[in-house]
Ligand binder design. Sequence first.
Ligand code: SF4
Ligand code: SF4
Ligand code: FES
Length: 243
Amino acid sequence: MSNTDLKVKVWRGAQEGEFVEYAVPRNPNQTVLDVVTYIQRKLDPTLSYRFACRVGMCGSCAMTVNGVARWTCRTHVSQIVQGDSLEIAPLNNLPVIKDLATDMREFFNKWKGAVGFFKGDKTRHDDFAKVEPESNERQLANAGIECIGCGVCYSSCEVVEKRPNYLGPAALNRAWTLTNDVRDVQQLDRLRAIAGDEGCHACHTQGSCTERCPKKLEPTASIAGLKKLVARAAVRGSKWGKL
Ligand code: SF4
Ligand code: SF4
Ligand code: FES
């Protein structure tokens, strides 16, 4: 190890495992993903991790770096290195498949649980649906629409950690976006899904999700929107029917 190398501790194993230290040459503009890739290509080809786009679009490269969930392809080592040390672990709140790769199934199953998918009623023979860009609904949907499904918010959520059935920030953010999609026809089902014990009311509103989201989205605000909608629906009935 030269005195310009980074000391990088990397989680090896699955749920049970240990940190193994590697020496990685330091470079200007190096990202955390570059470091992991260097280890896998030059030092230990058995290291498992996940990435695809390298430009902050696919959402697959998130890991826990120095204790904080981050997207690794857009996180520069210089922003977060402590002295010359980095510690890289898989995302919290998800089962580990191997090393830095987590099993994302329960994360995406919760999107399904929150009815976080679009269903319209138009066919290819109908005219295009028109959504006014300036409408309130469109503006509200816009605020959360750029989610890349990286899991950073989910992995940072204290409620998911204590209540594994909680739908979590990403699924609820998606539900809010679709709640404001005037073309969608599953509104009542969605409202029922997110109104339950494991839905929006379980959120403590402390905002780790919003603080950490690499796309600067605000799941906390989306969840607050859902809470208001459910409260209104309980008092006055929902505009889509009875809850
Ligand atoms: S604000 Fe809610 S969803 Fe976000 S991290 Fe906190 S408890 Fe989880
Ligand atoms: S809301 Fe943000 S942190 Fe959560 S999955 Fe989407 S992009 Fe990632
Ligand atoms: S590799 Fe696609 S977001 Fe990082």
